[in-house]
Design a protein around this ligand. Structure first.
Ligand code: ASP
Length: 408
């Protein structure tokens, strides 16, 4: 895709979003009737996610060459993810303690949302067990990304070590990878219409809760958004500038379509195809880094989600008049970080994982019922930051010795 076409599509997406907001608000029923156009866009993105992850991870791993290089790259990637996620949680905890948005909010006894109640029984051990798929096709069919990543990583490493006989298999995945990326470009052409339809429908559906954004939950939403902005506009760009050696503003503009898609779909996984295309083709990050870092990042690197979880948990404590000690806030820090790693890159996953954070410090799960009302909006904001964080991670890892030193 040429730069000019890319820019036209980006402008189309922004115009689509604005039209969606206005149309959804003032002509709700019309925009609800064209929601299917958005669903088609979303389905098309999800359609390519599984083959994209498998092909790109395998190509990424096999092109890294030797297994030690892979180990070091994986280690640095995880370290980078943990550090940035941890930092964003600290920003969130400081902010929510300063703003204290929960004080004075009246608790209007809401029930635990269905989606959250279902996951109440899930433990951390279940999450770890879930990493190893008992059926790889089943995992793919259910859209379970993490087990697919684990499989592709190991499979790629084994292919690398299998010599001549495995060459055709590697070549197959290389070809598949190229073809899928072409498919992604076709889907991007449809993005302006998809964005308009999805945003229009969500605004039409949630018109009533818009009031809550500005009233009772306003300070809470503002705290999350300010925290996200600090992370997205200060912390991450500094890392991008000094570790990733890229100009933050240009990088941001080049990521525009992915960020708009993240906001529209509230899903890092669904956005992944577009993130990959832009990081590699527009921001010119080494494809070995991008194909390894981005799929992993879409599911385990969620800076926005982690910040949100910490703010939300402490906000709920404030509503109930519970003063969390420093020790308990440290537990919130650790569990929010872990919960964000465990959360899938799909809508509301972060809020479902809140169960884990609240239980760790004995806070009432019913608090989730309260914040659920505006989760549709905050979910979009944090997903955008999650995707921004992933794309910067790719640039940073792209500058490491393992990637820079080897043949491309
Ligand atoms: N929707 C988010 C994402 O896909 C996860 C979350 O709910 O925080 O990145």
């Amino acid at each position: 895709m040429t730069n000019k076409t890319g820019n036209i599509i980006l402008i189309g997406m922004v115009a689509g979003a604005v039209l969606g907001v206005l149309g959804g608000y003032f002509a709700g029923s019309l925009f609800l009737s064209i929601k299917f156009l958005g669903t088609i866009f979303l389905n098309a993105l999800k359609m390519v996610v599984v083959p994209l992850i498998v092909a790109s991870m395998i190509v990424g791993v096999t092109s890294l060459g030797d297994i030690r290089k892979l180990g070091r790259t994986a280690g640095k990637t995880l370290l980078y993810y943990l550090a940035t996620t941890g930092f964003s949680v600290i920003v969130g905890i400081i902010l929510v303690n300063l703003v204290r948005p929960g004080e004075g909010v009246e608790y209007f006894g809401t029930a635990i949302p269905e989606l959250v109640a279902q996951s109440k029984e899930k433990t951390l051990v279940d999450v770890v067990i879930g990493l190893i798929p008992d059926n790889i096709v089943g995992a793919a069919a259910e859209g379970k990304i993490l087990p697919l990543i684990v499989f592709s990583l190991v499979f790629g490493a084994v292919l690398s070590a299998s010599g001549e006989k495995a060459r055709p298999v590697i070549a197959f995945f290389e070809g598949l990878n190229v073809a899928i990326m072409k498919l992604v470009i076709l889907i991007i052409y449809f993005a302006p219409v998809g964005v308009m339809a999805l945003i229009g429908a969500i605004v039409a559906e949630r018109r009533d809760t818009l009031d809550e954004l500005v009233t009772g939950l306003g300070w809470y939403a503002a705290t999350v958004i300010i925290g996200l902005l600090i992370h997205a506009v200060i912390t991450l760009p500094l890392l991008l500038r000094y570790l990733g050696k890229k100009r933050p503003f240009t990088y941001f503009v080049n990521m525009g379509q992915a960020l708009a898609t993240a906001f529209t779909t509230a899903s890092s996984s669904a956005t992944l195809p577009i993130t990959m295309e832009l990081v590699e083709e527009k921001n010119l990050v080494d494809s070995r880094a991008a194909s390894f870092v981005l799929p992993l990042g879409a599911t385990i690197n969620m800076d926005g989600t982690a910040l949100y979880e910490a703010v939300a948990a402490i906000f709920i404590a404030q509503i109930y008049g519970i003063d969390l000690t420093v020790g308990q806030q440290i537990i919130v820090f650790m569990t929010a970080t872990l919960a964000s790693i465990g959360a899938a890159g799909i809508p509301h996953a972060g809020t479902v994982m809140m169960v884990f954070v609240l239980q760790a410090v004995n806070l009432p799960l019913e608090g989730i019922g309260l914040i659920w009302a505006i989760d549709w909006f905050l979910d979009r904001c944090r997903t955008t930051v999650n995707v921004w964080g992933d794309s910067i991670g790719a640039a940073v890892i792209g500058e490491t010795a393992e990637i820079k030193g080897g043949p491309s």
